[in-house]
Design a protein. Structure first.
Length: 134
């Protein structure tokens, strides 16, 4: 317990200690995730979410060509700003777009698989060797 010099000072000290513990837990979580990914052979990079990306770097992160990415920007699919004549994208905006895109892709694939199953396309399909039935 924090010795009370006065109620306000004790409260401030307690809040500060709780925030430090919260930050420490967050750092531990990030470190553990990073280590786990490195053990799996994945690259790990810490980047602030307000990092500004070039169109080429953003396109690379999405796995699309730069011209296609520029077309997405011009269509308004995600926000960008200009640094001189160059387009720049905040990492946080790119991550929001990628999440939205991935959710839409999964929904489309689920719909296609459901339609194929309902139309009987899987009735005479065997399970590949080494595969499993759900």
């Amino acid at each position: 317990m924090v010795p009370a010099i006065d109620g306000v000072t004790a409260g401030i000290k307690l809040i500060s200690r709780l925030r430090i513990e919260s930050v420490q837990n967050g750092v531990r979580r990030v470190a553990a995730t990073g280590i786990r990914n490195m053990q799996l052979g994945r690259a790990v990079v810490l980047v602030p979410e307000d990092e500004q990306l070039t169109t080429q770097r953003a396109a690379n992160l999405l796995g699309v060509s730069r011209p296609h990415f520029v077309k997405l920007l011009e269509e308004g699919a995600l926000p960008f700003h200009k640094a001189g004549s160059h387009r720049r994208i905040f990492l946080r905006d790119l991550l929001v777009y990628r999440k939205r895109r991935d959710v839409a892709r999964k929904a489309a694939l689920d719909r296609i698989a459901k339609e194929a199953f309902e139309s009987g396309l899987y009735e005479h399909t065997g399970i590949p060797e080494g595969g499993e039935d759900e």
